[in-house]
Ligand binder design. Structure first.
Ligand code: MFK
Ligand code: FAD
Length: 499
């Protein structure tokens, strides 16, 4: 049977391996405690968390519909590793760090650096964390109408820690939530309602609570159509006795990837829920959650790129072909270099959005930075999601046939990356969101972008060989700026038509 066995690619501490992350933090957040924490966390990822993530892939959740005595229980059974990842997330403060704000305006950069290290090993636990963080952000931005929930979502105590779902999509509309939402909310007492409807995609359904949208009925049972009829609700998923809160789990989805976590179809049949937003302000209120989850999506996309580049480089130092190691084949190195460049650019874009979020949350953002955050969030999400699919796919090829073999753990990376451009807004829907941000700000977001880009280009120190490219970039930028100004002057509210 031969004597040769290929050495497998080894994961080593992803923090110490990541020169760009370390350099970025050294420049902006040169706090020894931060670097020490990330180095320690990098070791924990290799020694403990990576295996937990893999366990989640191998033991996906199942739906137990009835108990042994025939009672309907609708229990989603997840593996022990999934529970361990929940505990790790709380202990490491993966959500909490964003709200403790220990490092002021750089707190989000610190938190997201940790998330970026965690994501490729986390067996998709980043998904519930994204929604948990998004829910905390919504509660905070609405003036803390649910303080206990907020404290639990941002807790470091694994016994108190809660996760949240985000139930928006219905059968009729996932992008067009405003006309697709059929769920109704019937008033009980004060701010309490009972919800009736069908949520078509609900991920990490084992969450403790959820934010969801529904239409409040009037005394005749009528509702208001469109986004003006939608309100935002907070609901516990489980009652205190462990039974579900008026929810039937219809089935778990059979998915291409993200198999580690449950995604269910849910019938809401009188779910008790609390009105969180003003009536009719549901979409605008949940937009804060979308900002956070879209930033997580961006960070997770870059993290997937970084992980595959890390493993591909490692493998290139071990695998030989045609008499030399892959790392000594110029053509192979060119492929890896292209992946590296894409990853670096995406990393810097992601970190810029995290930096802007941190500045906004610490009240230190200028008006221009607030506008940039609004513009760049959908841009970064849509761009990095597409790039991640391309880079991870290329990365699989760098292992040859082994990149296609399940028990290497590599194929799941591609499957899990494919979802990043679909959920939290598809690419085209986010492109329209970019236009919405331009229209709503009467073009101010573009002005902010152009003036920021111009300042950066002027400040850029480039080698003489690159100067002509820089001059041509500046010329393109001013032509684009001129075009947008002319369009704005002729059709002030017509940016959406520019698509
Ligand atoms: C790995 C980690 C990643 C995380 C994983 C999480 C698991 C997956 C979970 C999901 O997929 S959850 C479902 C995600 N669903 C979406 O992202 C929905 C996609 N559709 C959109 O984004 C639509 O643009 C949207 C439903 C938000 C709005 O559509 P409409 O009906 O055209 O809304 P409209 O009337 O333009 O806007 C209503 C209000 O919301 C307006 O405010 P005003 O009433 O004050 O004018 C808008 O300005 C505001 N708004 C909309 N998008 C906004 C926003 N505000 C701020 N930022 C935005 N992005
Ligand atoms: P559609 O809206 O029908 O879109 C179909 C196509 O039409 C897309 O290509 C889209 O880009 C395009 N399109 C739509 N509108 C326009 C337009 N105006 N202009 C141009 N093109 C357009 N949702 C939740 O609420 N909670 C969850 O937890 C959740 N988890 C998910 C987990 C997974 C694994 C997946 C795959 C999805 C999940 N979703 C969840 C649903 C997800 O957010 C939606 O599938 C997504 O928003 C798209 O909605 P849709 O499926 O209705 O597609």
């Amino acid at each position: 049977i031969g004597t040769f066995f290929q050495e497998r690619p080894l994961l080593t501490n992803p923090f110490t391996q990541d020169a760009l992350l370390r350099a970025y933090l050294q420049r902006h957040l040169p706090v020894p405690e931060v670097h020490g924490d990330l180095r320690r966390f990098g070791e924990r990822l290799v020694c403990e968390i990576e295996a937990l993530g893999r366990q989640c892939e191998l033991h996906p959740p199942v739906l137990q519909r009835y108990d042994a005595w025939g009672r309907r229980v609708d229990r989603i059974v997840t593996c022990d590793a999934w529970t361990r990842l929940r505990h790790v997330s709380a202990q490491e403060g993966l959500v909490a760090a964003g709200y403790e704000r220990t490092y002021g305006e750089w707190s989000r950069v610190y938190q997201m650096s940790k998330m970026y290290l965690f994501a490729p090993s986390a067996g998709l636990y980043t998904c519930p964390l994204a929604m948990t963080d998004g829910a905390a952000k919504v509660i905070e931005s609405l003036g803390m109408p649910a303080r206990e929930a907020f404290e639990r979502l941002t807790s470091r105590d694994e016994k108190r820690f809660w996760t949240s779902g985000q139930w928006m999509t219905e059968r009729k509309g996932g992008s067009d939530v405003s006309s697709g939402t059929e769920t109704v909310a019937r008033r009980q007492q004060g701010e309490w309602f009972k919800l009736y409807g069908f949520k078509w995609f609900t991920s990490a359904t084992d969450a403790d609570m959820t934010l969801t949208l529904a239409r409040v009925t009037d005394e005749h049972g009528h509702t208001t159509p469109g986004s003006r009829g939608l309100s935002l609700f907070l609901a516990d998923v489980w009652d205190s006795d462990g039974s579900s809160n008026g929810i039937e789990v219809q089935r778990l989805k059979d998915k291409l990837g993200t198999r580690q976590m449950p995604t269910a179809e849910l019938l809401l049949d009188g779910m008790n829920a609390r009105l969180l937003s003003e009536e009719g302000r549901g979409v605008a209120s949940i937009a804060n959650m979308l900002t956070v989850t879209r930033i997580y999506n961006t960070v997770c996309a870059v993290a997937a790129m970084r992980r595959i580049v890390h493993l591909s480089r490692e493998y290139a130092c071990k695998r030989s072909a045609f008499g030399k190691l892959l790392k000594d084949h110029a053509l192979h190195v060119q492929t890896l270099s292209r992946m590296e460049v894409e990853t670096r650019a995406a990393f810097l874009l992601a970190m810029e959005v995290c930096r802007l979020l941190g500045r906004e949350e610490s009240q230190s953002a200028s008006e221009r930075e607030t506008l940039l955050l609004r513009l760049l969030t959908p841009v970064a999400k849509l761009y990095t999601a597409k790039q991640a699919v391309s880079v991870v796919s290329e990365g699989l090829e760098s292992f040859g046939g082994q990149g296609y073999i399940e028990d290497t753990g590599l194929p799941s990376m591609l499957r899990d990356t494919q979802v990043l451009s679909i959920w939290e807004g598809t690419t085209n829907v986010l492109s329209l969101d970019v236009l919405r941000s331009i229209a709503k700000s009467s073009g101010s977001v573009l002005q902010a972008f152009f003036s920021d880009a111009e300042e950066r280009l002027l400040a850029a120190e480039v080698s003489p060989a690159l100067r002509p490219a820089l001059t041509s970039l500046r010329a393109s930028l001013s032509a684009l700026m001129h075009f947008c100004q002319t369009a704005a002057a002729s059709r002030p509210a017509g940016y959406l038509e520019l698509s």
